[in-house]
Ligand binder design. Structure first.
Ligand code: NDP
Length: 279
């Protein structure tokens, strides 16, 4: 009998990752015979760990912090969205070839448009942050043709660099955090900073929110983040990044297996577990 195909999520640390649980749901739902494991790589041992996994017959990997840039460098072939991001979260192994993709952007877009039912086309969007997660979502956001995408980052030169890279793709400008209070309102505000991980709020003015604004935090957890609480206090609709996480996983699953999971069922399962663990 053929052994199950093997997949993994590689990172350091890795025990917190929900990807093994998500892919186990997908595999059960679609009756796919596969194993998906967490793989802790030493901080200086990413490439060796990937090669080892390939030598053992591994078919594909998700890549998480801090290896997304190294995965990009290692790839023998990249999709356009991975090249635009300069970072990779999905690897597929085919003989000697290492094929690389970035599914974070499509994960965010699907969660905002299909799951939350919020259009991006023609909307004014503020993206907070200019790190790895931000890089992965800029091109997919611009492809939806928002009226304007404003990028604000604590280190403003990084936002400027991203605008220089992407301004041929759509209406994108950089602003300092300090200048946001004269920017008026936004339809969608996306927090891609890691401030929420430290329970911090980026320095944003309350004046940017209306009751129609979607305030989206890429971070997720048992409780609403500081950013979500602040946005809700000032009237916005709020959403965390759990849906993005599940949708980026679904896209990776599709790349590997050629079949799309039903993400709604998995979303309900994971959300109820997050809620249950708080009580
Ligand atoms: P990076 O370390 O690459 O970037 C961090 C960003 O946050 C930088 O722009 C940094 O600014 C900014 N930042 C950090 N602390 C603060 C602060 N106190 N105030 C304002 N800005 C701050 O991280 P990633 O881009 O990889 O990840 C960012 C977040 O997105 C994380 O919370 C991560 O969990 C989440 N994420 C969620 C995903 C999902 O599927 N839901 C997928 C990927 C990421 P500066 O440049 O000045 O240092």
């Amino acid at each position: 009998m053929k052994a199950p195909d093997r997949y993994a999520v590689i990172g350091n640390p890795i025990t917190h990752s929900k990807s093994p649980e998500i892919h186990a749901y997908f595999a059960a739902q679609l009756k796919q015979d596969l194993i998906y494991e967490p793989l802790l790589a030493p901080l200086n041992g990413f490439v060796a760990s990937v090669r080892d996994f390939i030598a053992q017959g591994g078919k594909g990997m998700n890549v998480t912090v801090p290896f997304k840039l190294e995965a990009y460098a290692l790839a023998s072939k990249c999709t356009a969205r991975a090249r635009a991001a300069g970072a990779v979260n999905t690897l597929s192994f085919d003989g000697d070839a290492i094929l690389a993709d970035n599914t974070d952007g499509i994960g965010l877009i699907t969660d905002i448009m299909a799951n939350a039912g919020v259009a991006i086309n023609g909307k004014r969007i503020l993206l907070l942050g200019a790190g790895g997660a931000a890089r992965g979502v800029i091109l997919p956001l611009l492809e939806q043709q928002p009226s304007q995408l404003v990028i604000a980052n604590r280190t403003s030169t990084k936002a400027d660099q991203l605008v220089n890279q992407f301004d041929t793709e759509g209406a994108v400008v950089a602003r300092d955090f300090g200048g946001l209070d004269v920017e008026g309102t936004f339809d969608i505000v996306i927090n891609s900073t890691s401030a929420s991980m430290a329970a911090e709020l980026p320095p944003i003015p309350a004046s940017m929110f209306t009751k129609e604004t979607l305030a989206y935090d890429m971070m997720y957890g048992r409780e609403p983040t500081v950013f979500m609480r602040f946005s809700a206090q000032h009237g916005a609709q709020v959403r965390d990044g759990l849906g993005m996480l599940i949708e980026q996983a679904a896209e990776a699953f599709f790349i590997w297996r050629g079949i799309r999971p039903n993400t709604a069922a998995v979303f309900g399962e994971l959300r109820s577990k997050l809620v249950v663990t708080t009580s």
